[in-house]
Design a protein around this ligand. Sequence first.
Ligand SMILES: Cc1cc2nc3c(=O)[nH]c(=O)nc-3n(C[C@H](O)[C@H](O)[C@H](O)COP(=O)(O)OP(=O)(O)OC[C@H]3O[C@@H](n4cnc5c(N)ncnc54)[C@H](O)[C@@H]3O)c2cc1C
Ligand code: FES
Length: 263
Amino acid sequence: MNTQLEKAIIIKNEPWTPEYYLLEFSAPGISQKAAPGQFVHVKIPDRRDILLRRPFSIFKAESGTLSILYKSVGRGTRHMAKLHAGQAVNLLGPLGKGFPIPDTNKKTLLVAGGYGMAALYLTAARAQTPGLLFAGGAGKKDILCAQDFTALGWDVRLATEDGSCGTHGLVTNILDAWQARNGKSSEPELFACGPMGMLKAVAQRAKEWNCTAWISLDHYMACGMGACLACVQKINRDGEERLACTCKEGPVFEAREIIWEES
Ligand SMILES: Cc1cc2nc3c(=O)[nH]c(=O)nc-3n(C[C@H](O)[C@H](O)[C@H](O)COP(=O)(O)OP(=O)(O)OC[C@H]3O[C@@H](n4cnc5c(N)ncnc54)[C@H](O)[C@@H]3O)c2cc1C
Ligand code: FES
């Protein structure tokens, strides 16, 4: 098994946008094994009252360093925002089954919302050929790292609900516009990470367009290793309906396997 516990040393922990922070570690063990779409389980240091680790998608992993982009939303992440360079943090990872390598015969389309951009970065960085990134959010503050994809030669298309950045509207609007123009000439392969509504919408399109979509389901997690069943998702694999632990069998699933909750 590739997963290990590692005492990672913080290199930097700094604001990235008004809401997100970049946390970069020296973590040679996990960094060299990390694959696109996997995550690390972070033990919040110096807080005996926060027992459970917190999961974060691996953003970058190179030359022994590993970084995450995280939003301060609660007890754990508020404490993380106070950590400083030189502090040690216990990481468990890399965890989960991430995104496959994009099929070079298809057009790679990444679809991201919020920290989904961070979760999809390694897929872009390790793809043989640049594709397109469609990223969206409520406003400009939700667009996290478009420049990192542009630097890799990817075609970046943005949409925000308040129109403060890119096209005014939902990210699926610009995805639909691409499909209407190009869908007949090149078959897309979709890779998505973001809010549940966006993921469902992408899965729906994959069905309509009869193409493959890889969906990262970031459910609540506790153990992160398939032991507690906190993170289960109903799936249909090989004709059999069952519950799958998203921490171990996911977080990435092929869209056709996912049995979505009625909403
Ligand atoms: C596989 C995976 C990858 C993730 N990657 C990232 C990432 O790259 N960047 C990032 O900012 N966040 C990511 N998250 C979400 C992150 O784990 C939570 O925001 C974090 O655990 C909250 O911890 P907390 O102690 O600050 O919040 P808590 O005090 O535990 O909760 C505060 C608020 O956050 C919400 N929350 C807690 N856990 C989750 C969760 N798993 N999903 C959605 N909402 C949650 C709660 O509903 C509550 O409203 C990921 C989650 C998963 C499962
Ligand atoms: S988080 Fe415990 S089984 Fe997935």
